[in-house]
Design a protein around this ligand. Structure first.
Ligand code: PEP
Ligand code: MG
Length: 570
């Protein structure tokens, strides 16, 4: 029967496919015993499922190519190792043979047994292995319940789950998943940012979907409105087809703007930089005529792997970005691990009571011996190949910037001494995403060359509203007078001191907010290439002088409603 579910559109695009439901990590399996006569058949069923999973992973490994092969491959190798682990397999057999448990329940018992051993370890790296155990056991469990003859791959499927980790997304897309619907999550999470970058439709916060949708149900997903339709009727199918057509038409129209300037109606050129995480993003940014890369998030080099990337590996990755932009400016951010970007190398702490306020960003980089130094060496070496700027995340004090600057100077001297060709001056910038940094900016602006305002975090810290918590609803918003005033103050000071300033949070990527940022004095935006042309089109219809003339009225707005009214009056 047709049923509609509503969540939040987190990544645009329309999909039609079969549902694949992935239940939350802990297997909800009731205790079930079998008779002695059933033991052999149950063992055979389990081993057939394990073989299926092995085959799926092998097939996926074969299909991977390019940059993804490297990233996802290591992750797959680890899962294959776990699948062959004699302890895991022997334990399962014993539970079925001696304990007379059904295979499902044996999986759950074995999962809990292994997880408790890992969870008791002091080492964060080993504790993080529980996620891998869950994923491997989850795959076997899913394979146990697949009917004979059913497709084993997941191509053409829409994943329904509680939440999805950034590290999983690329793999899911490679497997052919068409869209993802989660019961939790937020449109501002890193997973959502990555989904937009992969053009993978994502609906978050569709709480009922996980309860009501079953494997194999037909679904349509609209990643713009956040609507999921179970067993769509003829009207829904027509609506889906028309969205697909509309999307294609819009892309074609936007495509024509690739070589056009981002010029307001009164003739001011606005700079649009790209946020990038991968080589594909860099290529897209270049093709769309981005002024450069405004934010390259290096943490993705550190995720999904067990050892830290070496200096050489980092150098090659950063050099690729610089070469990919053929002389346009490239801003690379030093590592911002921690909070919702936990790695597998054990660098970021796993059990911080309050990770968003914990050891993340530059705090972590400065706390781990050699980590920042290696990264700065790689960055400076890449600066020999084209214009490169270094951006520091999560700065909250002058002291942090001074420590990074001292290290940068030292590393530059060392590299020159070693005979490396590096740029004469590599500009150093600070992310302004902690309110303290915005307020104390006059105390350290002299020590930096440029600024980038990270509204994703700035909003969450200023409004005490978690960017990943859907329950907060509209409490997390750029449309708050405190947010606008703080952004205005940062832009004004930067301009007065002749420092370039951009906004690189998601606020910059939403054309609906562009009038606000332009009115507040912004002339540089950094956003994901997926929406770059849309923003260019919107700005080409705006009158900068008129917006700036209305800035005082905007700053007098006392609440969200008044700010929305200001926006409507444009
Ligand atoms: C931000 O906080 O706005 C930002 C761009 O950084 P990230 O989203 O990577 O935390
Ligand atoms: Mg941030």
């Amino acid at each position: 029967m047709r049923q509609a579910f509503f969540g939040h559109g987190a990544s645009r695009g329309s999909a039609l496919g079969r549902a694949r439901v992935r239940l939350p990590h802990a297997l909800e399996v009731a205790e079930e015993r079998i008779s002695p006569a059933q033991v052999e058949a149950e063992l055979a069923r389990l081993h057939a499922a394990i073989e299926t999973v092995r085959g799926e992973m092998h097939a996926l490994r074969e299909r991977l190519h390019g940059a993804l092969a490297h990233e996802v491959g290591e992750f797959l190798d680890l899962h294959t190792l776990l699948l062959d682990d004699p302890e895991l397999l022997h334990g399962l057999d014993e539970l079925i043979r001696t304990g007379r448990y059904a295979a499902d329940y044996a999986l759950r018992l074995q999962r809990d047994r292994i997880a408790s051993v890992f969870e008791a370890m002091d080492d964060a790296y080993f504790r993080s292995r529980v996620d891998d155990i869950d994923q491997v056991i989850g795959r076997i469990h899913a394979a146990l319940h697949r009917r004979a003859g059913e497709m084993q791959g997941v191509a053409g499927e829409i994943l329904i789950t509680d939440n999805v980790a950034p590290a999983e997304l690329a793999q899911l897309q490679t497997q052919g998943v068409l869209a993802i619907v989660t019961s939790a999550g937020s449109a501002l999470s890193h997973s959502a940012i990555l989904a937009r970058s992969l053009h993978l439709p994502l609906v978050v916060g569709a709480a009922q979907a996980l309860l009501k949708i079953n494997d194999g149900d037909a679904l349509t997903v609209d990643g713009s409105s956040g609507t999921v339709i179970l067993e769509p009727n003829a009207d829904d199918l027509r609506a889906h087809r028309s969205r697909v057509r509309e999307h294609a038409r819009e892309r074609k129209q936007l495509h024509r703007l690739r070589r056009e300037p981002t010029r307001t109606t009164d003739g001011v050129d606005i700079k649009l930089y790209a946020n990038a995480e991968s080589r594909e993003d860099v290529a897209e940014a270049h093709a769309l005529g981005a002024a450069g890369v405004g934010l390259y998030r290096t943490e993705f080099l550190f995720l999904q792997r067990n050892e830290l990337p070496t200096e050489e590996e980092q150098f090659r990755a950063y050099r690729d970005v610089v070469l990919g932009m053929t002389g346009r400016s490239v801003t690379i951010r030093t590592l911002d691990l921690g909070a919702d970007k936990a790695d597998r190398t054990g660098l970021a702490l796993r059990d911080e009571p309050n990770p968003a306020l914990g050891l993340r960003g530059v705090r972590l980089s400065l706390a781990r011996d050699g980590l920042l130094e290696t990264q700065l060496r790689a960055l400076l070496r890449a600066s020999g190949y084209g214009p490169l700027r270094v951006l520091v995340p999560m700065v909250s004090s002058r002291e942090e910037i001074r420590r990074v600057k001292r290290m940068l100077d030292q590393v530059a001297a060392d590299l020159r001494h070693e005979g490396h060709e590096i740029a004469e001056h590599v500009p150093l910038g600070a992310m302004i995403e902690v309110p303290a940094a915005a307020i104390a900016l006059p105390s350290f602006i002299g020590a930096i060359d440029f600024l980038s305002i990270g509204t994703n975090d700035l909003i969450q810290y200023l409004l005490a509203a978690d960017r990943n918590n859907e329950a907060l609803g509209e409490l997390y918003t750029p449309l708050h007078p405190a947010v606008l005033r703080l952004i205005r103050d940062v832009i004004r000071l930067a301009r007065a001191r002749g420092k370039s300033v951009a906004v690189c949070g998601e606020m910059a990527g939403d054309p609906a907010f562009a009038p606000l940022l332009l009115a507040l004095g912004l002339e540089e935006f950094s956003l994901h290439p997926a929406t770059l042309l849309e923003l260019r089109r919107a700005i080409r219809g705006m009158d900068l002088g008129a917006l700036r003339a209305r800035a005082p009225a905007l700053l007098r707005a006392r609440d969200r409603k008044a700010i929305e009214a200001w926006l409507r009056a444009n």
